[in-house]
Design a protein around this ligand. Structure first.
Ligand SMILES: Cc1ncc(COP(=O)(O)O)c(C=O)c1O
Length: 481
């Protein structure tokens, strides 16, 4: 790892994908010594230097993926804007990278908004989503000038009260509960299931009905401090078929035209949320049920959504709005690698377990979606899998990181990497069994910096409080007893 040269101010670095013996991304692959590398760093060296378990993020991979996604949409729909879903990775350094790239952001909740503002994100590029926003949250959004996507009938009045108190005007949008009738027969994925995509959307996705939306718009139109700026929807990852997203995007225009006809307000922006997938040739696990080579590319999504929006706008004579998207996992996911160290290797009558210090606290989706992450050894990363093992973590519940994985023989001290863990791993990590959270390092070329500290015992103990009456001395016999 070498000394760093800082990029010239105001200029985002040029990115040339690296050549690897085997590539898992543009900046992740098997390097010259046969080990897994992230950009110009050998992952084995990173773990030896920064400890295990370890989250690794590739700055250049994140920038590259962001630019590819942005460019795909701009090609098919020039007036489009990418809002990184901060929830997928709330690291301040990650947000700084997104700021440098010019990405806006989707914030869900007070703290996500606080972190994005702390990183210096332009508030006019941030939206606040949420189905049950706190007063404090509305106040922070209004004070800083974010667009608030309304998601409850009493929210407009609550925003109005805070805005009046602060003497501010507010940008508002409305989250819609689209009908999605064409998806009534299409099965959604198990993650949100059971049921068809329409059933899953109706039962698990927030938003306002057509009548409620029209009512909110009419009421906002007579409030002098409200600027109506967008309508919003989030299909989520209940599908990885581009046409399902196109159906949704087209219906945004159907609703926009309906709102125009009922109220006269012409929505200048439609925000079509997140849920965009990314595909990898190796699939995302042994079953490769989703997100393999056949998954839609950003270009597929962009082409199909742009066509649906343009067709519906032409049909209803609606002026083409600005398009906003809120990808999270598709941007941050491929930039991350999570690594654990092998401890005990146990052979039972029916299976072999390889115990790691990484757990489902750290990569929580592995617990519900066994196929999610592709696992491989860090050293001799291209070695053929010759035995089927369960990769498990150290937690006291069933802590399955990857069942029935084909791996080469592993022994105590080896490192195992899980790919595509840059989204929703650190940000949804838990502390069950009082496990302390791993460090995260950001790799940039052949340098690496810690961007999240590894938790210490003091971090685990420091949150807890003991009221005086429970202190040991309070049970000491009193004088005369
Ligand atoms: C409103 C909203 N936008 C964007 C996203 C990001 O979704 P994804 O990471 O699947 O792209 C989410 C995820 O829950 C969301 O709730």
């Amino acid at each position: 790892m070498s000394a760093r040269t800082l990029p010239k101010a105001g200029r985002a670095p040029q990115l040339d994908p690296r050549e690897y013996e085997t590539s898992f991304g543009e900046f992740i692959g098997i390097g010259p010594n046969g080990n897994l590398w992230v950009d110009g760093c050998d992952v084995a060296e990173l773990v030896e230097r920064f400890g295990s378990p370890l989250f690794i993020m590739s700055e250049n991979q994140l920038r590259y993926t962001y630019r590819s996604f942005r460019d795909a949409f701009r090609e098919h729909y020039p007036n489009s804007e990418i809002l990184f879903a901060n929830k997928s990775n709330n690291g301040l350094a990650i947000r700084h990278i997104m700021n440098q790239e010019g990405a806006g952001g989707d914030c869900f909740g007070n703290t996500e908004m606080y972190l994005a503002l702390l990183a210096g994100t332009d508030p006019k590029t941030l939206v606040l989503n949420g189905s049950n926003k706190e007063d404090e949250e509305l106040e922070m959004a209004i004070a800083n000038g974010l667009c608030i996507n309304i998601d409850a009938m009493d929210e407009l009045d609550r925003i109005d009260a805070v805005a009046k108190r602060l003497g501010k005007d507010v940008d508002i949008g409305i989250r819609l509960a689209l009908d999605l009738d064409p998806l009534a027969e299409r099965q959604g994925v198990a993650m949100h299931g059971p049921g068809t995509m329409k059933e899953q959307s109706d039962s698990t996705k927030w938003g306002m009905t057509r009548e409620q939306t029209v009512e909110i718009v009419k009421r906002a139109q007579v409030m002098s401090n409200m600027n109506l700026v967008e309508i919003h929807f989030h299909l989520s990852r209940m599908s990885n078929i581009a046409n399902d997203f196109a159906v949704m995007a087209g219906e945004m225009i159907t609703w926009a035209a309906h709102i125009r006809d009922e109220t006269g307000w012409v929505a200048p922006t439609i925000d079509i949320g997140g849920g965009w997938t990314f595909g990898k040739w190796y699939g995302t696990g042994p079953n490769s049920q989703m997100d393999d080579d056949s998954a839609p590319t950003a270009d597929d999504y962009a082409r199909e959504c742009a066509k649906a929006i343009k067709d519906e706008a032409a049909r209803l004579d609606f002026p083409l709005p600005k398009l906003r998207l809120e990808p999270g996992r598709a941007l941050s996911g491929p930039a991350g690698v999570a690594v654990g160290t092998v401890g005990a290797v146990k052979t039972g009558d029916t299976k072999k377990w390889v115990n790691l210090d990484l757990s489902t606290n750290h990569i929580s989706w592995a617990a519900i979606l066994d196929w999610y992450y592709h696992a491989l050894p860090v050293r001799n990363a291209g070695a053929e899998g010759t035995e089927t093992v369960d990769l498990v973590g150290p937690l006291c519940n069933s802590d399955e990181l990857g069942r029935h994985r084909k791996m080469p023989p592993l022994q105590r001290g080896d490192f195992v990497a899980f790919l595509d863990t840059g989204g929703y791993c650190e940000s949804s990590a838990a502390r069950y069994n009082a496990q302390r959270l791993p460090a995260t390092v950001l790799v940039t070329g052949d340098t690496a910096d810690v961007i999240s500290d590894r938790e210490e015992f003091r971090d685990a103990a420091g949150r807890f409080r003991v009221p005086p009456h429970l202190l040991a001395g309070s049970f000491a016999p009193q004088a005369g007893e």
